[in-house]
Design a protein around this ligand. Sequence first.
Ligand SMILES: NC(=O)c1ccc[n+]([C@@H]2O[C@H](COP(=O)([O-])OP(=O)(O)OC[C@H]3O[C@@H](n4cnc5c(N)ncnc54)[C@H](OP(=O)(O)O)[C@@H]3O)[C@@H](O)[C@H]2O)c1
Length: 334
Amino acid sequence: MQALVLEGVNQPIRLKEVPDPQPGTGEVLVQLKAAALNHRDVWIQKGQYAGLKFPVIPGSDGAGIVTKAGMGADTTLIGKEVIINPGLFWGDNPRTHDRKTFRILGLPDDGTFAGYVKVPAAYVHPKPAHLSFEQAAALPLGGLTGYRALFTRAGLQPGEKVLITGAGGGVAQLVMQFAVARGAQVFVTSGSDEKIAKAMQMGASGSANYRQPDWTEGLKAQAGSFDVIIDSAAGEGFIKLIDLAAPGGRIVFYGGTTGLINGIVPGKVFWKQLSILSTTMGSEADFEAMLQFVAEKRIVPVVDKVFPLADGEAALRYMDNAAQFGKIVLAVEN
Ligand SMILES: NC(=O)c1ccc[n+]([C@@H]2O[C@H](COP(=O)([O-])OP(=O)(O)OC[C@H]3O[C@@H](n4cnc5c(N)ncnc54)[C@H](OP(=O)(O)O)[C@@H]3O)[C@@H](O)[C@H]2O)c1
C-alpha cells in the first residue's frame, strides 16, 4: 500500500510503498477513504511529543471500509463504512485514562495516513450516515476531545455563556458547533478577523481577535463574563481567561499551544470559586455519546481543505501556519 512515512524529527513526511498491515487477533483492517490531520501530527514531526518512534505512519483520524477481520474479530463488520475511535484502551476509570494501556492511533501504532490501517475491532463505529467520508474523517479526535471538554468535564448547559479560544482550530471548531447545537450562547477568539467572520456565520454571538492588545475588554463589553471557557492555547493568555470567567465558572484546557501558564493569582481563582479542569481525548463512552450527539444534531464538521495523500507534507505545513478554519483532510485513493 501507499503510506506517508515519517522517518525522523524535522524530516518531511514522504509517500512510500510499504507492506499492507495484517489484522491480528481481535483486529480489523480498514481500507481508508479519508484521513484528517491533528496538531499532534505536527508536534510529532517536530519532535515535540512524548514516546517518539521512527519510522512511523502518523494519523489518528480516518474513515473507510472494513475489508478484513483478524481472528476473533466480528466478521460482519467486513464491508461496513466506519470511522475509527483513535483513543485506544482508555481503561475502566471514566475520570482519567489508564496511563499504562492508553495510546493514540498514529504513534506508537501506525496510523491513518495510508491506504490501510489495522485497529482493534471495538474501535470502529458506523460512519454517521449524514457525513461523507471526508467529513467523517474530520470528526474522531477533535470531536472526542471537544465533546469531553465541553460536556463531560465542563457540564455545559443550554443558555450558558461559553468562550472558545482559537476558534479556527480543528478541535475548537467542533467545540463551537457542539456548543451552538446545545443551545449555549457562544463567543469566540481567533487571531484572524476572517475566521471570526466565519464563526459568527456559524452561530457565534460575539468575538475578539486575540492579537489586539485590548481583546479581553471587548469581550467583557459584549458578554460580561463566561460560565464556561474552553482553551487549548494556555501560555500567557490563560490568566486573562481567569479574569473573564464568571463566579463559579469552569475553564477547561486540552492543549498548551503557546506554552507555560505563569502568574496565576490564587485569590482570583478561589474567590470566584473557579474550576480549572484539564482533559485529554476521551473514553469509549465519551466517543459513543459524541457520535450520538453528532447524529442527533446532524453536525457536519467543517473541512477547510482536502489534500491528496501524496501532498501530506504540504498539508502539515498548512496546519503549522494555522492557515485553516476547521479540519485539514487527506483524500486516500486506493
Ligand atoms: N489533550 C488532548 O487530547 C488534545 C487533543 C487535541 C488537540 N490537543 C492540543 O490542542 C491544541 C489544538 O489542537 P488542534 O488539532 O485543534 O490544532 P489546530 O487545528 O492546529 O488549531 C490550533 C489553533 O490554535 C489557535 N491559537 C494559536 N495561538 C493562539 C493564541 N495565542 N490564543 C488562542 N488560540 C490560539 C489558532 O486559532 P486561530 O487560527 O483561530 O487563531 C489555531 O488555529 C494543540 O496544542 C494540540 O496538541 C490536545
